[in-house]
Design a protein around this ligand. Structure first.
Ligand SMILES: Cc1cc2nc3c(=O)[nH]c(=O)nc-3n(C[C@H](O)[C@H](O)[C@H](O)COP(=O)(O)O)c2cc1C
Length: 185
């Protein structure tokens, strides 16, 4: 088993130390994501990286996406504001649908997942932690996210930070129940 696979886990913003992440490290993470496979090489992953003052902009965009007219806006602002504040950087994850639709959408969604997994697997070597968060109002339709192109839809956020988190059990169901080996005899 690759050590990066066993080390990968979700780390929540409450365990982030507050230390900023150098731009070069963020660039390395995106480069790892960019090495993911995609059918017909459509490379449908796109990221927006919000850090320092950019986090305020993210908060604004989140509230726009949620709907400024909604009654519980203040609660949403508090809930997400805290996680954003605790994070050194927050990535928005986008699906950039191939304009020619040369492959089915599911293949491009899966490719974005592979890209995020590459990034996630890369965190431990830097002492970083994070997790993929996919609230319903964030993951809208094409063009819904503020400033998104008509062929782009948001697939969630990835909170990032240097982490000091306790080891927690990461139980999984028995892999044997998830595989069928088929052979000649
Ligand atoms: C596509 C995707 C969306 C996720 N969305 C959320 C989310 O909205 N909230 C959350 O707490 N965790 C979310 N997670 C993280 C999972 O809860 C987490 O990966 C799972 O519990 C296994 O834990 P581990 O990552 O530590 O192995 C998401 C994970 C994936 C792959």
């Amino acid at each position: 088993m690759l050590p990066a696979i066993t080390a990968r886990r979700s780390v929540f913003p409450q365990f982030f130390t507050g230390e900023p992440i150098a731009r070069e490290v963020l660039e390395q993470l995106i480069q790892a994501a960019n090495l993911a496979p995609s059918h017909r090489k459509t490379e449908p992953w796109r990221f927006r990286v919000y850090q320092t003052a950019g986090k305020e902009r993210l908060q604004d965009e989140l509230l726009d996406a949620y709907g400024r007219e909604k009654e519980d806006l203040a609660g949403i602002a508090r809930k997400f504001g805290k996680k954003i504040e605790q994070s050194a950087a927050v990535l928005l994850i986008f699906l950039h649908r191939d304009p020619q639709e040369s492959v089915p959408e599911w293949e491009e969604i899966v490719a974005v997942g592979a890209a995020v997994e590459n990034l996630w697997l890369s965190l431990d070597q830097y002492g970083l932690g994070g997790y993929w968060s996919s609230p319903g109002f964030v993951c809208g339709g094409y063009g819904d996210w503020p400033g998104a192109a008509a062929n782009e839809r948001c697939l969630g956020m990835f909170y990032l930070g240097y982490a000091d988190a306790p080891e927690l059990p990461r139980p999984r169901g028995d892999w044997r129940e998830k595989v069928m080996f088929v052979s000649d005899n």
